[in-house]
Each structure stands twice: as C-alpha cells, then as structure tokens.
Design a protein around this ligand. Sequence first.
Ligand code: GLA
Length: 361
Amino acid sequence: MKKLSIVCLALLLLSHLPAAAQNTSTRGLKDYYINYFPIGVAVSPRSLTGADAELITRQFNSITPENAMKMGPIHPREDFYNWAAADSIVNFAQRNGMKVRGHTLCWHEQTPGWLFKDAAGNTVSKDVLLQRLKNHITTVVNRYKGKIYAWDVVNEAVDDASSRVLRNSLWYQICGDEFIVKAFEYAHAADPNAQLFYNDYNTERPEKRERIYQLLKKLVDAKVPIHGVGLQGHWSIYEPSENELRAAIEKFSSLGLKVQVTELDISVYPWEKNRRAKRPDENDSFTAEREQQQLEQYKKVFRIFRDYKNVITGITFWGVSDRRTWLDEYPVNGRKNYPMLFDQERKPKKAFEAVVSFKQE
Ligand code: GLA
C-alpha cells in the first residue's frame, strides 16, 4: 500500500514537471515541435523494421514514401498497379498513428515506359495522356482516401532555365500547361478532403522563386484546387540565406497557400549541377568544420520555420539518417554526404540539439 502511494506520488509529480525537465531521451523531434507542425520523414519499405523503424516512430509523426508512390514504381503497366510497397508504408503509419504525405502524382521523372506511347510506339495524343493521368490519379488517390492527408500533385514542372516558366517535359510537349490544372482537378475530385501541393526545388533562389510564383498565382487566380506549396528543401551549408528563405515563405504564402518543407536535407557540399564521379583526392569526411556549419544552417532554418508556424504546416526530412542518403550518389557518385540530423549509428548529431534547443511556447 505504502509502496503504491509512493509510486502514485512520483507519477503525480512527474506529470506536473515542465516537459523540458522530463527525461529528454524519450522525446523526439515530433514532441519538441508539437505546438508547431508535424515532423516527417521519407521512407522505403526496408526502413520499416528494426532500428530504423524504432528511430522513425520515436522521432517523427508523419511519413512520405520516398519512391513507392511515384508513377513508375506504383503503376508499371497500364493495367497493373504495384501496391505492395505503398500499402506497407501506409499500414505502418496507421499502426503507429502517423500522418502520411503522398508523393507524387505527376512528375517528368520515374515515369513508366508505357505512359507516353501507344501500342505501336507512337507518342499519344493530349486526350489520351490526360485520360491516363486521370485514371492514374483517381485510382491512387482513391485507394488511400482518408489515410493520406496531403498529396504532392505536381512535382518540378518549372524549368531550371530562366528563359521559360514551364519545363519542356513530355507532359508539357503533349498537353501544354493544361496537365497541371487537370492533375489538381482529378486529385480533388478523388479526395475533396486532401490538401493538394505543388512541389519544387530551388524555390528560394530569387529568380526561380519568381517563376514558380507566376505559375502558382495563375492556378490560384483560376480557382484551381491547390492548397499549398512544397519547398523541397534540398539545401546545403551554403544556401539558402536567411533572407532568401523568408522571402520565399512570405511570397508563396501571400497567395493564401500553406507552405511545407517536403524533402529537407542539408548537404555539406556546395550544390553542383552536373553529375560526376568522386575524385580520388576529394575529402568526404565529416570534418569538425562541416559539422559546425551544418549545425548553424539547421539552427537557422528551424528558427525561421518556427517564426512562420502560422503558414508552415509540415517539415519532412528526406531520409532517416546519414547511414544512407540519395546524396551519397547525387550529384557526385561515391562521395559520402552527411545531410541528416542522425549520424551513421543513428545517434542524434550536434545539429539535432541545435534544432530542439528553443524555448517552447
Ligand atoms: C526530387 C523528387 C524526390 C526524389 C529526389 C531525389 O526531389 O521530388 O522524389 O526523387 O528528387 O531523391
């Protein structure tokens, strides 16, 4: 009896301690940011078991399939959908009470071979392509209706070159700019409750930001069902600057759109546009200097995210830990990168502490 009342007293005291004074080792990113926005992570089915799964459920409350819902993997033949990987990710989220961001319904990369061609191998007409897009979006969105709260509907439609707004992709060559409007309409019809996003990279570079803004403004003015813009957030220790990031968030949200950072990682190298192999003499270790620069960059961008919590509705990391990241192969093949908040042993890096050390409101 006495023992029991001591335990009860201890529990009572603990529940009255401020969150920060409780055992910090059990608190994940999602807990520190509970009053701000969900904190997500991109996953493949193989990270849903073992140590990765433990890290994921402790730290994050939202997940995005890294590849499993892209058109190539999920719809490899016109009459066949490969649901296994995507289902396993959505089921994992449901079991663990996590949100899911769907990624992505219409993109010019990782498309299936059949998409742009007819049986004779000729390029399809606009009508056929839009019908295929409609079938794809309707089927995929419908399957996960009520389980996926937000979709990246169109990915990377804006060109890299400043001379044009839209990328000269097969989507554009066959449909003109109509494929963008249609993709949003099909997604909205399939799930009127889903939040629909346009997603892109280099959204903070002023020149590309302006062209993305033009596209978004056109969509908003035409009352297309678009609710937000995804800043991919493939950043580095060199960019974006504080002003660039603030300007992008302010500019896009001035259209009444919500903002999410959808693919966050902070490379320790400057951005390079062209692919190449690692040079033999290239130092790709995680030096103390890189560690410090990355910590400063993470600290800065999260401070800015918190400042805009009224318009930011989610931050998603593009990977679990430095053990494996797409940046180990891209754009420099074979060069190790260290872009995440958890190291190769899945331990929190110093940058983690910088991201969670702030005064909770
Ligand atoms: C883009 C895509 C992502 C992913 C990354 C590289 O940002 O949106 O799905 O393919 O490139 O991993």
